[in-house]
Ligand binder design. Sequence first.
Ligand SMILES: Cc1ncc(COP(=O)(O)O)c(C=O)c1O
Length: 412
Amino acid sequence: MSADSGPSSADASRPGRLRHGRQTLAIPGPSVMPDRVLAAMATAMPNIYEGELVEISDEVFERLPALARTTTAESFVIMSNGHGPWQMAVCNTMSRGDKVLALESGHFAIAWGEMAEMSGVDVEILDGSLRDPVDPEALKSRLLADTNHEIKAVLCVQTDTGTSVRNDVPALRKAIDDAGHPALFMVDCIASLGCEPFEMDAWGVDLMVSASQKGLMVPPGLGFLWASPKAMAAYESADLKVGYLDWDQRTNVNAHYELYSGTPPISHLYAMREAMNIIDEEGGLEAVWERHAILASAVRAAVETWATPGGIELNITNPAARSDAVTTVLTGSIDPDRLRDICEQEAALTLGLGIGSFDGRAFRIGHMGHLNPPMLLGALATIEAGLIALDAPMGGSGVAAAAGVIGRSFAI
Ligand SMILES: Cc1ncc(COP(=O)(O)O)c(C=O)c1O
């Protein structure tokens, strides 16, 4: 064997010869589940009328307000993905023909609006950009023009998982207040809860929705909704109510399973309690947010170092508006799907694909939930190896830059 054809050379006849060992998931949800959470789910079905399950259910409900940073909102848990609380928000607060304003900053607020439209609500989109957060001034102007207060709710996402923008929720609240507008302010934290700072009460959010499978580290299957007293008051006049999702049925309860409109999501409740324990053991939400911020800046350092004119680039231009949960990477002349395929087939690394108009021109790195430096650096190093395999233009070693960020964060 000559030096050039040694074991490190490419061998087209043996694809995937390195992909043994653990599969690594770096998509923006579902995220990597802690073994402890998965183990907590592997229990026999208990009595649902009394005993341990009732205690766990009560405990989860007691701890939910703290996750959303609220002391005043009502918490709801649905057996669903994120679409469940989207639907619950609309059908408990709106009436046929009401108008809602969905704030565009990517895919998800618009998709929420489309769902509202199917329920009979009139939806207007506040046009935005796919590279920037929602402009609070544009929101204020639109609301000032709504002199008859036809807009009943403003729908926005904190983090859009498609573009990886993080909207400035307090600034949007201020825009609504400055316009003196009474619309309900509804925020989707499906990609951001447990990853990025969020303060429901302090930020004046009227209703917040989330789901289990991203920052909350529980498999898909639990939808969450927190409704402030103002949102709960809107229920009284809403006429789109749906039995299974009805707030009244889920709050006026005589037994804990009525909180779920039927049999509780038993395994997921065990998982949720364990995930909440993990968050507390880390030091609470502040510690979790800090870890996400450090790991996310390592990702951004890598991408910015790989960047070249016409090549790799961060999608979100304003550094303050970049998510700590997910990063959308534009790839210019490089085929992102080929890069993802190489990472998947040669190295067992699953990356997120570009969605919507990012199809074929971006990939996404999920860095949410149960994640530490070797998991993240392994993923970044594998992406860099994929770029090398493609002979892609690169500004420098993103791995070195990411390791620098992480190394400088170590407590020595
Ligand atoms: C920000 C955001 N909102 C809503 C959804 C929809 O959630 P689900 O797919 O769980 O219904 C997603 C899913 O990725 C999301 O990222």
